[in-house]
Ligand binder design. Structure first.
Ligand code: CU
Length: 141
């Protein structure tokens, strides 16, 4: 009884304080800029780097590109798969090995790696596909 009687009073004081503050300078009381600034910073870090598009051939063991190029840093290859066969995209070279998940028709396999200047190979890591021709060169410079 004592607590429930106190709470409305405290809340009442806070509301009064906020209302007083807002009334004093409504333009000054906007904490939104700092919040959005933080979001922008983390968004830039997460979304940074290059995104390269690649597509598997609909019927053959090939990609639509045999060469890709990127600048040093974070690189993402997004491979769409219109084929009835399962495929993925992987990157290999200069100590980097990374592979996207194997996906079926209509899905996208994505691989991200931190690369420096040099030559890398992108390929499909499904058994036999790379050997059949599902590979290409990623040049970073
Ligand atoms: Cu494949």
């Amino acid at each position: 009884m004592h607590i429930s009687a106190t709470r409305p009073l405290v809340l009442g004081l806070i509301v009064t304080a906020l209302a007083g503050c807002g009334g004093g300078g409504s333009k000054a009381t906007t904490p939104t800029p700092s919040a959005s600034a933080t979001a922008t910073t983390s968004g830039a870090a997460a979304g940074g780097g290059e995104k390269l598009a690649l597509q598997a051939d609909k019927s053959r063991l090939k990609f639509n590109k045999s060469a890709l190029s990127a600048k040093p840093g974070k690189v993402t290859i997004a491979m769409t798969n219109p084929s009835a066969l399962q495929h993925n995209v992987a990157i290999e070279g200069n100590g980097v090995t990374a592979q996207g998940k194997i996906v079926g028709q209509g899905a996208t396999s994505t691989v991200t790696a931190n690369v420096k200047a040099g030559t890398y190979t992108f390929f499909c890591s499904v058994d036999g596909h790379r050997q059949a021709g599902m590979e290409g060169t990623l040049t970073v410079k």
